[in-house]
Design a protein around this ligand. Structure first.
Ligand SMILES: Nc1ncnc2c1ncn2[C@@H]1O[C@H](COP(=O)(O)OP(=O)(O)OP(=O)(O)O)[C@@H](O)[C@H]1O
Length: 417
């Protein structure tokens, strides 16, 4: 067991500390114990552990006390993080607990540190099957990677290729004590149903189910790696005229599967949530194929795609603005507009727009576009709309730009003109 673990740890990047995600259950206890044993015979980075107290289960205090006692016995420093893991409306309790847990762990990590979690081969097989039942493609079927960037460092899963029986055998041999999470028996959760009812039946027919399904995950991970590489190459070829955008004309020359792959790669790079297949198809049919004068938009939870001229934009959903907003600004200090996420800096007012704050007798008026505004621009009075068109500013951005007035004269369109 220690040799297998050492081999799995070999490829990890150098790290100032390894942090073991300790739930108090069998798997993570075995990981803690075996890493401690390994540290006695090999040079490892300093070990520490983190336990997240979800506050959901009546047993949570007991699990925490158990983790404190384990780490005390092994002389491994432990951080306990309490989180509020209540699910938001529509969110599953499992997903809420998981994201609260990972946020809390990332919060206690320092740059370059590695979080080690005790996911094993059965977990991997379950994850692939759950993804399959959701209709996932290669990215989802690749299930869990052995190493991935996480928080300010990494997350590694050094026992991912180990059978759970090996972990159980280790625990028994070392006479470990662990706590059972009684919520694992709750068959309302998909993963528990799969683990407790379906997989044992599949294993009767296919005894090496966990190993073979995990191998399928590895093959999918490789396929996904190639798809990501292809997406990177294609994205280079279809860059839009504005940084971060894609050229609609370039995209529409790609064959459909390549086009979908490029769009997924682009959204992934931007850290936006992935659309389902139907939404992605709408992006192609409604946004890419719309006429050049249309302002099409397709949205899904957490993201939207818009088009302006030949450029395709992907954004977080825009917060609605109120055209009636008016702010008074005495530019001796910055003006923060939290509604727009913008701060107006007096120094820029002078350097960019030539307005000297010390010559002003009344506060500046800052508001949003109402339509029909005119502005002095390079010696001429011009319609603001025309200036926006000439500068290629997409319509949804135009409505969110603070306009700065001295008396009744528009002197600055913040950030742009
Ligand atoms: N409360 C916790 N505090 C710290 N680490 C934990 C905690 N719960 C789980 N972990 C770590 O995560 C690993 C996986 O646990 P589990 O299978 O319960 O997670 P999950 O809910 O399926 O989520 P995921 O698989 O995405 O981590 C554990 O082996 C352990 O290393």
């Amino acid at each position: 067991m220690l040799d297998t673990l050492a081999a799995a740890l070999e490829p990890l990047p150098p790290a100032p500390r390894w942090l073991i995600g300790l739930s108090g259950g069998l798997d993570s206890h075995v990981l803690l114990h075996s890493l401690h044993a390994l540290s006695k015979i090999r040079t490892l980075p300093p070990l520490a552990a983190v336990h997240v107290h979800h506050g959901l289960n009546p047993q949570a205090d007991h699990w925490q006390a158990h983790c404190i006692s384990l780490c005390h016995d092994l002389d491994i420093p432990l951080t306990v993080q309490a989180v509020d893991a209540r699910p938001a409306t529509g969110e599953s309790p499992e997903a809420a607990a998981r994201s609260a847990r990972y946020r809390a762990i990332a919060h206690v990590m320092q740059s370059g540190e590695i979080l080690l979690t005790a996911h094993h081969r059965r977990d991997q097989a379950e994850t692939l099957l759950l993804q399959l039942l959701r209709g996932a493609g290669p990215a989802g079927l690749a299930a869990m990677p052995r190493l991935k960037p996480f928080g300010p460092g990494w997350q590694a899963r050094p026992v991912l290729d180990l059978d759970r029986d090996r972990l159980v055998a280790y625990a028994q041999e070392a006479a470990l004590r662990w706590v059972e999470d009684d919520s694992n028996a709750d068959l309302r959760f998909d993963r528990n149903g799969l683990r407790q009812v379906i997989m044992p039946q599949l294993r009767q027919r296919w005894p090496s189910l966990d190993a073979t399904v995990s191998r399928a995950a590895l093959l999918q991970a490789e396929a996904q790696d190639l798809l990501a590489e292809r997406a990177r190459e294609d994205l280079e070829l279809v860059r839009g005229s504005v940084p971060g955008t894609l050229s609609v004309a370039g995209l529409t020359r790609l064959r459909r599967p390549r086009l979908r792959n490029a769009l997924r790669g682009w959204l992934q790079d931007k850290g936006l949530p992935m659309p389902g297949r139907v939404r992605l198809e709408s992006v192609i049919e409604q946004v890419l194929k719309a006429g050049p004068d249309a302002s099409p938009r397709v949205a899904w939870a957490g993201a939207e795609v818009r088009r302006y001229r030949d450029d395709l934009y992907a954004l977080e959903p825009l917060v609605p603005v109120d055209r009636g907003w008016v702010w008074q600004w005495t530019p001796t200090a910055p003006l923060t507009l939290p509604e727009l996420g913008i701060t107006l800096d007096p120094a820029l007012l002078q350097s960019q727009w030539g307005v000297n704050p010390s010559t002003l007798t009344t506060p500046l008026r800052v508001c949003l576009r109402q339509g029909g505004e005119v502005m002095r621009w390079r010696g001429q009075t011009r319609l603001l709309k025309k200036l926006f068109q000439e500068a290629g500013i997409p319509p949804w951005i135009r409505d969110r730009l603070p306009l700065v007035y001295v008396d009744e004269q528009l002197v600055a369109v913040w950030g742009i003109l």
